[in-house]
Design a protein around this ligand. Structure first.
Ligand code: EPU
Length: 337
């Protein structure tokens, strides 16, 4: 075990925040992870994936284990389905591109999402009309208190909107070592329901898109709207899109007739947090080196030397002013440590 002390995590979180880990180790296999957690005498370790949904507000006093378990494989096939698995530390987008190369469909709408395959189920990543849970088959995870390897099927993960059991009851208790998805080998369910995808494909004159076309369209949309973390520190959407009751929506509409919304079910609607934040006057604003992104208000950015605290304080001010203006409390989507 090559455990290092007092290691900067600046290059291991996409906000580019310079926080330190008291102890730090990288693991490259399930067995290595099991060995580390069984031998570590201190407090339960913290598992770091791609660091793309993480806001570090201070030093982590525990052992930080960076999940570097990579590898991708097709593990089974039926008539029109294939099961593919990726190591928990595998880069998610690399995995998407590899699946596309194999002609496998189901995650093309989730192209270019930063982070690792192992972190994808934790927040049930979603974009452009699709969510991971729709193609999720199972995952393997090491229990950090014992080193035991467990398997979780779709039901056990209790997926919700940007949510799973690993953000709730089991938060911080497991290290995800392998994720298996069930993808289509033929008759792909192309989903272009999201307006921006349709528009991009139309502009390109594509009327019968392939899974590769959809992926390219998603990559173009994301690249145009969302800042590249290697250029401008960020962690994607900082808040969740809030859900309101239909009666609350009616009340909001009387004051703000133009409020965008979409139904979740007969009684609940979702409102884009980006719109609420923009209306509260925050889009493009900057407080020191922490800012609200000029092209997408739901994204908070680090212009260089912002600390995790600076970004957190900006997030709190945004929360407060949205609540004052609309009576809606925004919930942070990012994992604040
Ligand atoms: N909007 C504004 N101003 C803004 C931003 C958005 O008015 O500055 C309004 C517009 O009405 C726009 C609507 O919000 O039509 C939706 O915006 P967008 O399509 O950019 O999507 P989003 O709701 O802001 C969600 C996800 C993204 C995902 C996109 C596309 C959440 C928290 N975020 O964002 O996920 O890529 O939809 O599906 O659900 C992430 O989780 O990190 C992430 C980037």
């Amino acid at each position: 075990m090559d455990i290092r002390e007092n290691v900067s995590l600046k290059t291991y979180n996409t906000f580019g925040v310079d926080a330190r880990a008291r102890y730090f180790v990288e693991v490259h296999s399930t067995e290595e992870l099991q060995e580390v957690v069984r031998q570590w005498p201190g407090e339960r370790p913290f598992i770091l994936g791609g660091g793309s949904n993480l806001l570090l507000t201070g030093e982590i006093n525990r052992l930080v284990i960076r999940n570097c378990i990579t590898g991708m494989a097709i593990t089974g096939k039926s008539d029109d389905k294939a099961w593919v698995s990726a190591g928990g530390g595998e880069n998610w987008h690399r995995f998407v591109l590899w699946c596309l190369e194999q002609g496998l469909g189901g995650i093309e709408n989730l192209s270019l999402i930063p982070g690792t395959a192992g972190a994808a189920p934790i927040q049930n990543i979603g974009a452009y009309g699709r969510e991971l849970k729709e193609v999720f088959h199972r995952l393997e995870a090491v229990e950090l208190s014992t080193g035991a390897l467990h398997s979780f099927g779709r039901e056990a993960c209790r997926f919700g909107y940007r949510d799973s059991i690993f953000k709730r009851e089991l938060k911080g208790l497991y290290g995800i070592t392998r994720v298996t998805l069930e993808l289509s080998t033929a008759n792909h369910q192309i989903d272009t329901s999201y307006g921006a995808i349709r528009q991009t494909l139309e502009e390109q004159g594509i009327s019968a898109p392939t899974i590769q076309d959809v992926s390219r369209a998603v990559i173009a949309i994301r690249s145009a709207k969302l800042p590249d973390p290697s250029v401008l520190g960020n962690s994607g959407s900082f808040f969740k899109n809030p859900e309101v009751s239909t009666s609350q929506l009616q009340r909001l509409k009387t004051q703000h007739p133009e409020i965008p919304h979409y139904p979740v079910n007969a009684h609940v609607a979702k409102i884009p947090a980006g719109w609420l934040i923009e209306q509260a006057g925050w889009k493009g604003q900057r407080v020191g080196d922490a800012g609200c992104y000029e092209k997408q208000a739901l994204v908070l950015v680090n212009y260089g030397r912002a600390s995790g605290r600076d970004i957190y304080e900006l997030a709190e001010r945004i929360q407060q002013s949205v609540e004052e203006k609309f009576g809606i409390r925004l919930e942070m989507e990012v994992n604040v440590i």
